[in-house]
Design a protein around this ligand. Structure first.
Ligand code: CO
Length: 148
């Protein structure tokens, strides 16, 4: 145990003491009313990796009320949302699209999923938007991803 805590302390120091595990792992909920519970997800630039847990708190099936968590630059948000709709079921996500910086699976009510990705290549202070690509959902289900 002593070794474990020593490593943990060193890891904290290497990140300048600004990035707690909590800041690198965030949980966001989607419901049956086309809503995410967060309008903004903030993570520390010191995070080597970020994990987003997506929890669908509703009851409707994925084919009716599917939710995913897709991250792009804000300038790509609308175009990728349209491309996702055009890609169609079951994932509503264009394959191999380099504009997509992170993506979870599409889930239905009562399900959970997560995605872990590196912040390498993303800019602290940059303008990023997360959203759901299920047809029409991007209008209400979107928010800002802030690297600080
Ligand atoms: Co959705």
């Amino acid at each position: 145990m002593r070794t474990f805590f020593a490593i943990f302390a060193l890891a904290g120091l290497s990140m300048g003491g600004t990035a707690s595990a909590q800041e690198c792992t965030q949980t966001i909920e989607g419901n049956d009313l086309l809503q995410f519970n967060l309008a903004e997800v903030r993570v520390s630039a010191g995070c080597e990796e970020v994990t987003i847990n997506l929890v669908h708190t509703g009851a409707l099936p994925v084919t009716v009320m599917g939710h995913n968590w897709i991250l792009t630059a804000t300038t790509d948000y609308m175009d990728v949302a349209a491309a996702g709709q055009a890609a169609g079921a079951p994932e509503y996500l264009p394959a191999g699209d380099a504009r997509i910086l992170a993506a979870t699976d599409l889930i239905g009510g009562g399900e959970e999923t997560s995605v872990t990705f590196s912040l390498a290549g993303l800019e602290p202070g940059g303008d990023y938007t997360f959203f759901c690509t299920f047809p029409g959902h991007y209008v209400l289900m979107n928010g800002k991803f802030v690297i600080e």
